[in-house]
Design a protein around this ligand. Sequence first.
Ligand code: NAI
Ligand code: MG
Length: 344
Amino acid sequence: MARVVVLPGDGIGPEVVGAALQVLREVAPDVTLEEHPIGGAAFEAAGDPFPPGTRDALAGADAALLGTVGGAPDSAWNHLPRPQRPESGLLRLRQHLGVFANLRPVQVMPGLEHLSPLRPEIAAGVDLLIVRELLGGAYFDPRRGRGEDAAFNTIGYSRAEIERVGEHAFRAAQERRGVLTSVDKANVLEVSELWRDTVTAQAQAYPRVTLNHEYVDSVATLLVTRPQRYDVLLTENLFGDILSDLAAVLPGSLGLMPSASLGARTGLYEPVHGSAPDIAGQGVANPAGTILSAALLLRYSLGRGSEADRVEAAVRTALAAVPTRDLGGTATTAELTAAVLRAL
Ligand code: NAI
Ligand code: MG
């Protein structure tokens, strides 16, 4: 039987995770949900933002659903030694799970085009997925150094590292509209040439997917001028970090954005936003990003695509009927959640 480790965390984390749990219990009542502490809450309870009890619970779990971690700017947590701060708990969690593929769907939902900062005709119908390599490249390559007047980092990738994240992107494209855009800078970078060769060879195994290669600088422009041209985008860690934050402006509210991080066995699912200390405890946070993350969990880790589709459709219906405060409406967390459950 499927087992999901639930990590509510800090700030609005417990509020938005509470909402997602109601939805999961409704559509997948047989799944075991097991709560454990992480972040500042775990530091308070166990003196460690990623305590051994939480780590042990993840062994053999099918997925983890995370809220958010971190305190307000004036929180005492910010003065702790770095390894004890809430944010290190999250980084250790991602590393522990070996989640090398970060998936960020970016959707402008029908009826919510007006929230996008882009003109409605550009924003309408945007539905793309960014697949970002998460554990390699410049952020992790040990070949780095800093002298007084010079410094360097290295973007190193092996064929195997490219293939394993590429596989996630091809599979996703196959299940979506069948168009994969691999993003690189192959006109300048050696590593991008290997990236391009590897992905091109891999495409043979996915005859239903059309593979395009585009340069990262050009993609940056097109993402905010013609976003409708994209289905799945595949890219390395640094490019993906920048492009996924850029793409996050398209829907118009951080509260709507889900993410999935996949790797060895246990997938990690979390909203893109932080702990929102300014509204924590008021019951007004938008739980959509977390509920949509739970939908990704159903689809990618539990193989329940039709339940995931149902949840996504219910969230769209609920948001259109009773928008939350970040969307210019008045619905509370509980009211939006109730609307999602009704729509299910
Ligand atoms: P934030 O995402 O928490 O908040 C930015 C703004 O968006 C705030 O005005 C907040 O009220 C609003 N907001 C965010 N999520 C919302 C939601 N679901 N519904 C309605 N409004 C929402 O980013 P900020 O303020 O920079 O960081 C606050 C704390 O969160 C910090 O301690 C930071 O380290 C942590 N953080 C944690 C992340 C994680 O757990 N993955 C990611 C980003 C930040
Ligand atoms: Mg970023």
